[in-house]
Ligand binder design. Structure first.
Ligand SMILES: Cc1ncc(COP(=O)(O)O)c(C=O)c1O
Ligand SMILES: Nc1ccccc1C(=O)C[C@H](N)C(=O)O
Length: 428
């Protein structure tokens, strides 16, 4: 018996295995993908269009056309004004609880569907700042990332001006997001509230939810999480993190449709003490008593203001059904596999053309999209849209590849990235 541990593979020729093409690899990944069958549940997935923008506006589920039609004929048309008492007054809480359960790690009674993300962020940020400064007037600073989504930054500036508060801007590398070190240096005994993006809209940087919440709490601050690019794409554990407040979009990975209303989360322990500034009748303790003065309702109702946009919250229920079936951990596994494949393909065919990865390379720090940077990306995006390849563009020089786990395939991802390479060759 030979003691040589090196196995004998015979001649060198026998070692030459033909390289697996990216096409074959994408096809194999699709075949092995346990969520692949969900793609057929979305309108348009059967066409050759490549959709890289599910992180701005998700595709419509096929089931939604029926659901909307049934709502118009049976509920709106059939029940008319009776629908409010019978179902619609509770709908913001029922759908909120479903989002909490499938996507946010939130026990029931803490999540509600309300206004736009912007309006809910305003209401909760004001509520948090006011409560903190009332308890301790020295706590009048709001901490926010300088690279956060514009609405977040504009709101913070507006609220600071309105309330005489101070803004503490956290400077962030545009390829990352606010991390533990940056946040630790920004918070102190003057911090009232920290507004944080869980997944950065620009880079896709995935923040450590539990870790950053702890850092804010250790400084005595409250945390408001912007979950727009997280909900339905990466697991969120608001209760386990000990988070205070959160807001997120429903038209991205929850496929609620253009302008579908946002959700708000307020941890149980804050619901009795926080009050928000848009005091409308739908947030009052007894809505139909129409009394002389506003008294906030108990529980999540106090974070509502006006009549809930019922029609606009119907569609998202189809994706909640799909998420229930698939489970958020499987969705995250697919999302990670998609972004990892996109990064590998970009390394292979786009890096030689001068493209730089403007997202974290470590998948543990990456959410559901990948940003690819090159000076020609604005023109490249315009060219791609004309050819039915739909990513989006964000300054500086960033092509965002949004990979919606339930509706995007690996082959679609590869086709789109080949189109990016072709467009870059034409544009540069
Ligand atoms: C991180 C983030 N926050 C807030 C918003 C704004 O939400 P809306 O326009 O629905 O108010 C978006 C997207 O539009 C976003 O990506
Ligand atoms: N609501 C929109 C309306 C029109 C165009 C884009 C959006 C987006 O959602 C952009 C997204 N928030 C982003 O991360 O860039």
């Amino acid at each position: 018996m030979s003691t040589d541990p090196t196995p004998d593979f015979g001649s060198v020729d026998a070692l030459e295995v033909p390289p697996v093409s990216l096409e074959a690899e994408a096809a194999a990944l699709d075949t092995d993908d346990p969520l692949a069958h969900h793609r057929a549940a979305f309108v348009g997935a059967e066409t050759s269009l490549v959709y890289f923008d599910g992180n701005s506006l998700g595709r419509p589920p096929r089931a939604t056309a029926d659901r909307l039609a049934r709502f118009v004929t049976d509920e709106w048309g059939g029940r008319l004004i009776r629908g409010w008492d019978e179902a619609w007054m509770q709908l913001p809480f029922e759908i909120g609880d479903r989002i909490g359960a499938v996507a946010l790690g939130a026990a029931s009674g803490q999540t509600v569907i309300g206004d736009s993300t912007t309006v809910l962020l305003y209401k909760l940020l004001r509520a948090a700042l006011d409560a903190q400064t009332a308890a301790d007037p020295r706590r009048n600073e709001i901490v926010v990332g300088r690279d956060d989504f514009p609405t977040d930054r504009y709101l913070v500036e507006g609220i600071a001006a309105e309330r005489g508060a101070r803004v503490v801007w956290v400077d962030v590398d545009t390829s990352r997001g606010v991390d533990a070190e940056l946040l630790g240096a920004a918070v102190n005994e003057r911090t009232a509230v920290v507004l944080l993006s869980h997944v950065s809209y620009r880079s896709g940087y995935l923040a450590d939810g539990a870790g950053l919440t702890r850092i804010a709490h250790d400084a005595g601050a409250l945390v408001l999480w912007d979950l727009c690019h997280s909900a339905g794409s990466v697991p969120v554990e608001l209760d386990a993190w000990g988070a205070d407040l959160a807001v997120g979009c429903t038209y991205k990975y929850l496929n609620g449709g253009p302008g579908s209303p946002a959700f708000a989360y307020v941890a149980d322990r804050h619901q009795g003490t926080l009050t928000q500034p848009v005091q409308g009748w739908m947030g009052a303790a007894d809505v139909f008593s129409m009394g002389p003065v506003y008294r906030p309702a108990d529980g999540m109702r106090r974070f509502l203001s006006g009549t809930p946009p019922v029609l606009a919250m119907i569609a998202m229920q189809d994706t909640l059904d799909l998420l229930d079936e698939a489970g958020i951990d499987a969705v995250r596994a697919k999302s990670t596999a998609l972004t990892a494949f996109a990064v590998r393909v970009a390394d292979g065919i786009l890096r030689p053309l001068g493209v730089r990865l403007a997202s974290p390379r470590d998948e543990a720090e990456r959410g559901g999209h990948v940003t690819l940077s090159h000076p020609a990306m604005r023109a490249v995006t315009a060219r791609l849209w004309k050819g039915d390849v739909i990513p989006d563009y964000r300054d500086p020089h960033g092509l965002r590849i949004g990979l919606s786990p339930l509706s995007t395939s690996f082959t679609e991802t590869l086709t789109g990235l080949h189109a990016v390479a072709d467009a870059l060759r034409t544009e540069s």
